[in-house]
Design a protein around this ligand. Sequence first.
Ligand code: URA
Length: 211
Amino acid sequence: MQQESKTEQLRAIRDEVWNLTDSSLYKYRKQNNYYPVLGDGSHDAKIMFIGEAPGEKEALSGRPFCGAAGKMLDTLLESIGLLRADVYITNIVKDRPQDNRDPIPEEIALYAPFLNRQIEIIRPRVIATLGRYSMKYIFEHLGLASALKPISVLHGASFEGKTAYGAVTLIPLYHPAVALYNGSMRGTLKNDFKIIKKILVSITNNNHTLK
Ligand code: URA
């Protein structure tokens, strides 16, 4: 049997989330004519960014990071020469929590298996988490629970995690929304993005030497 393409596999996830009546956020989605937000970008991206959950703009459009935090993310990507089309951006929780509250553990547990499948389909070499919720979940998921510390300590550092398809470099970052209210965080995020750039360049160079 021919293997399903990445797009087909990702569409299957979209359809399952679309019909996720078990979620406590499903009714809220329907009442507000919101969309679930699955992800956006290249299905062959070397780097995947993982945020927390969609806000209102995202839920109305079905696209991740399309509000103010998304603009900040675009600026940070541009600062290292990347476009959205070069990367893949998603969240742990695929539906908007009421009134922009933080995701609760039950929601993370319900939606995380979809994120795990997205990771296995896209197979990024680098995962950058945005904010402490995705940081905590991904550290645990990639076998790095014992390395967990507050985001103020871990941001911008790199770790090697395990996936079914091999090793992945994990870089925890602050959520870009923090830079909207705190100017010095903008500088911190910009510096941390330079580390991403270095790691992506070294991956590309290693691929060339292997050929
Ligand atoms: N914040 C997130 O964590 N994700 C989005 O998609 C938008 C804002």
